[in-house]
Design a protein around this ligand. Structure first.
Ligand code: GLU
Length: 499
């Protein structure tokens, strides 16, 4: 074996989501690609939780990631809840490991301690911005003497550990889809590897874990390309073989911007709660990036296909036919209209029993019906009123008239400007009575909207009406993802109407 041809290793790939909120469609997209890649090569697909950024950590998010990925039909052989030979698979449980490896880099001179305070770094950035230079670490502590380091330590100054990016040179790595990519080191910052709180940054933890977990191919979204030179430098600093890198095209909104919750529901919970079939969503994600060959003109004619039918395929067919070398780098558009069409195709293909079973798992599940029933139990005179009082919890959308949603003392403009504030406040609320109430109350106090106005507007948007079962209880039952989506759709609809 030569250096250029190291021994082939059994394929091992991973996804490494960070538990920062609702599970993202991008995680399922990259998860599917990794799953296909491993399965096609008889390899392993691993799930690792990257939870070292404690400021963005969201309790409950990890479980939602597991549930959502299982819902779309993905399975992994190693991970936090299934265990495996390379655990733990949760980075917050591996901090000792990162400390040990950071020390190796300090010892071999590829990393160094830097002692600047937050205020000093802020000042550095301010001066650079004023001089119209890109803000970056200026390398001041790159060459501290052992005495200087001891003196800072004796003062009790906290330190971070930074990567010593070699000066006046560049790093080239191969991207399996794009070919060679070169980064001039003048544009690569001396990345922090260990923070002063003793937690590693993404870069160090990611490289150490990919190495220790035997990852052969890193298949991730293209937004990580600019991190890759830092990772390649880290592999070199440790003397390790780097994995192959595949950066997948980012999912995009219809307007081609990077997919974002402002323009598209991105939570997998939304798709589950609003009645998408997991097979349809998985098929749709498989279409992104163009790894599936489309039927030829000839096949379309000979098999009597409708061209669009070439877009419909199962997970088994993807395993058989998905070709990573076919992936096209133009950003795949996450087109909800197409997803809805595809979902409709899947629904129509279901047997009556399967269709009914799908309803019973979702919008007609015992849990949902019971929760809805409890909202109106004491309000009915006849059972026949149930449908009228609860239809907003079963419909796909509602559109309140101005008279219903506009508070008396507010203009249309200020009302429509307040809805995004409500969305932001609710986004960060845990979905229970107290946290929804307190998020709305806090917002109301900040923006001087009375509880009455605040609730009236929200009630109108969610229920389409000025009267409804208790609002916050209804939101809990309706679910976070659908509530937020209905609010965004309300704003979209208003924009269209007023155009
Ligand atoms: N934790 C990163 C994320 O949230 C992982 C990126 C990678 O795959 O390296 O997506």
């Amino acid at each position: 074996m030569t250096a250029e041809n190291p021994t082939p290793r059994p394929t091992r790939v991973r996804i490494a989501p960070s538990p920062t909120g609702d599970p993202h469609v991008g995680t399922a997209y990259i998860g599917l690609l990794n799953y296909l890649f491993a399965t096609q090569r008889g390899g392993e697909f691993i799930l690792r939780i990257e939870d070292t950024d404690r400021t963005r950590f969201h309790a409950g998010s990890e479980q939602m990631i597991f549930d959502a990925l299982k819902w779309v039909g993905l399975t992994w052989t190693e991970g936090p809840e299934v265990g495996g030979p390379h655990g733990p698979y949760r980075q917050s449980e591996r901090t000792e490991i990162y400390r040990k490896y950071a020390q190796i880099l300090l010892d071999n001179g590829t990393a160094y301690k830097s002692f600047e305070s937050e205020a000093e770094l802020e000042e550095m950035r301010r001066q650079q911005t004023a001089a119209k230079q890109p803000p970056r670490y200026n390398g001041a502590h790159r060459h501290l003497t052992p005495e200087q380091i001891s003196a800072y330590e004796a003062e009790g100054r906290p330190a971070v550990i930074r990567l010593k990016v070699p000066e006046n040179t560049s790093t080239t790595f191969r991207d399996e889809l794009r070919g060679d990519i070169t980064f001039d080191h003048n544009n690569v910052d001396d990345q922090v590897l260990m923070k002063s709180d003793g937690f590693p940054t993404y870069h160090l933890a990611n490289v150490v874990d990919d190495h220790l977990m035997g990852i052969t191919d890193v298949i991730r979204a293209e937004e990580w390309i600019s991190s890759t030179p830092k990772h390649v430098l880290l592999y070199k600093a440790f003397g390790w073989q780097a994995p192959n890198f595949w950066h997948m095209p980012l999912l995009r909104n219809i307007d081609k911007s990077k997919i974002s919750k402002r323009k598209n529901p991105v939570s997998l919970n939304y798709y589950r709660e609003s009645g998408y079939l997991p097979e349809a969503l998985l098929n749709f994600l498989g279409l992104m990036g163009g790894g599936m060959a489309q039927p030829t003109e000839q096949e379309i004619v000979s098999k009597g296909l409708n061209t669009k039918e070439g877009d419909i395929f199962s997970l088994a067919e993807m395993i058989e036919k998905f070709d990573f070398k076919r992936i096209s780098l133009g950003g795949p558009v996450f087109d909800l209209v197409k997803l809805r069409w595809l979902n409709g195709e899947y629904i129509r293909k279901q047997s009556p029993e399967a269709f009914y079973a799908s309803l019973r798992r979702t919008i007609l599940s015992d849990d949902y019906l019971q929760a809805v029933a409890s909202l109106v139990h004491t309000r009915l005179e006849t059972l026949g009123q149930f449908g009228d009082m609860t239809s907003f919890l079963f419909s796909d959308n509602v559109l309140p008239t101005d008279a219903v949603f506009l508070p008396k003392k507010r203009t249309l403009e200020e009302t429509l400007a307040f809805v995004p504030e409500q969305i932001t406040a609710l986004e960060s609320a845990d979905w229970d009575l107290t946290s929804i109430e307190s998020a709305l109350k806090k917002l109301g106090e900040e923006k001087q909207w009375s509880v009455k106005e605040n609730f009236m507007l929200l009630r109108a948007i969610i229920t389409g009406s000025a009267t409804s079962p208790p609002l916050v209880e209804s939101l809990v039952v309706f679910g976070k993802a659908r509530t937020l989506d209905r609010m965004r759709r309300f704003l979209e609809a208003q924009k269209k109407i007023r155009r």
